[in-house]
Design a protein around this ligand. Structure first.
Ligand SMILES: C[S@@+](CC[C@H](N)C(=O)[O-])C[C@H]1O[C@@H](n2cnc3c(N)ncnc32)[C@H](O)[C@@H]1O
Length: 270
């Protein structure tokens, strides 16, 4: 078996540990579309000829496009921010400020990576003005993902990156395409406040729209797969799927408040 490629970003909901299981359920085809690409664990560990990779986060997509086009020189530039001098509270908040105000796409992208590796838990969250607002994490020597970025650059030559809403990307699919959807997780509690904890609101109506789109595409002969928590609400949401499959491993997930609950993972195959 070939070795798995790790994503170079830390990402909430990342599927690196689940990618073998997900791969084993993805249909084959010439092109994979990922409407919610995040840290791209599935892209990096599949062997489609071509990819259409989308996310609604423009900072993420700009970083991917620069890395795709520029490769090694851009990686070297990103490394210049990973210094001992920059690993202090004072410098972190200064560089976060710089990230929030710069108009230079290269600088903003390199700082996005710096923030991802220096902030609390690698979270990605913005305030209502669109400013990144995650506090500093406590890392003695944040890892610079040189090899992972190089691997991404190489594989990205097969990909096109877009930044739009998932629905418009999915509507572009043709019969030969395979779609893998990894939306923000369905809330473990249905409290109306839940989606506020996410940097991008992904309310229940969007979860419903995604399931409906997969049904529509299925009727047109397009095959898609959705990942989510295996909970009664998602089993109901994906009731029109051809098949639901479950991962045996239970993961401890934070629910509302401070408690953690064991939850299985589900794939809905349309
Ligand atoms: C669970 S993460 C994907 C994780 C990814 N599969 C991985 O392994 O790293 C969900 C992603 O959906 C993106 N997203 C949220 N709402 C979206 C929308 N309406 N359209 C497109 N992308 C969206 C988020 O920015 C986030 O990167």
């Amino acid at each position: 078996m070939t070795e798995r490629i790790r994503p170079f970003l830390k990402w909430a909901g990342g599927k690196f540990k689940l990618c073998d299981w997900i791969n084993s359920h993805l249909p084959s085809g010439p092109r994979l579309i990922e409407p919610f690409v995040g840290a791209a664990a599935v892209f990096l560990n599949t062997t489609f000829d071509r990819y259409l990779l989308n996310d609604c986060n423009p900072d993420l997509i700009n970083l991917y496009q620069l890395l795709q086009e520029e490769g090694a020189p851009f990686i070297q530039y990103c490394r210049t921010f990973f210094t001992k001098k920059n690993n202090t509270e004072k410098r972190y908040y200064l560089l976060r400020e710089q990230f929030n105000h710069t108009q230079n796409v290269s600088e903003k992208s390199a700082l996005f990576l710096y923030l991802n590796r220096h902030c609390f838990n690698g979270l990605c969250r913005y305030n209502s003005s669109g400013h990144f607002n995650v506090p500093i994490g406590q890392y003695e020597k944040p890892y610079f993902p040189h090899d992972e970025m190089l691997a991404f650059h190489r594989k990205a030559q097969q990909a096109i990156f877009t930044c739009s809403d998932f629905s418009s990307v999915m509507r572009e699919a043709s019969q030969e395409d395979v779609i893998y959807c990894d939306p923000p997780y369905y809330p473990l509690d249905d409290s109306a406040n839940f989606t506020r904890y996410h940097s991008y609101d992904f309310a229940l109506d969007k979860q419903t729209l995604l399931a409906q789109l997969c049904v529509e595409l299925q009727k047109q002969g397009v095959r898609s797969v959705i990942s989510n928590h295996a909970i009664p609400q998602t089993r109901k949401l994906y009731k029109h799927a051809k098949k639901l499959v479950f991962c045996d491993v239970m993961r401890n997930i934070s629910a509302k408040g401070l408690y953690r609950v064991p939850v299985k993972e589900l794939l809905a195959l349309y």
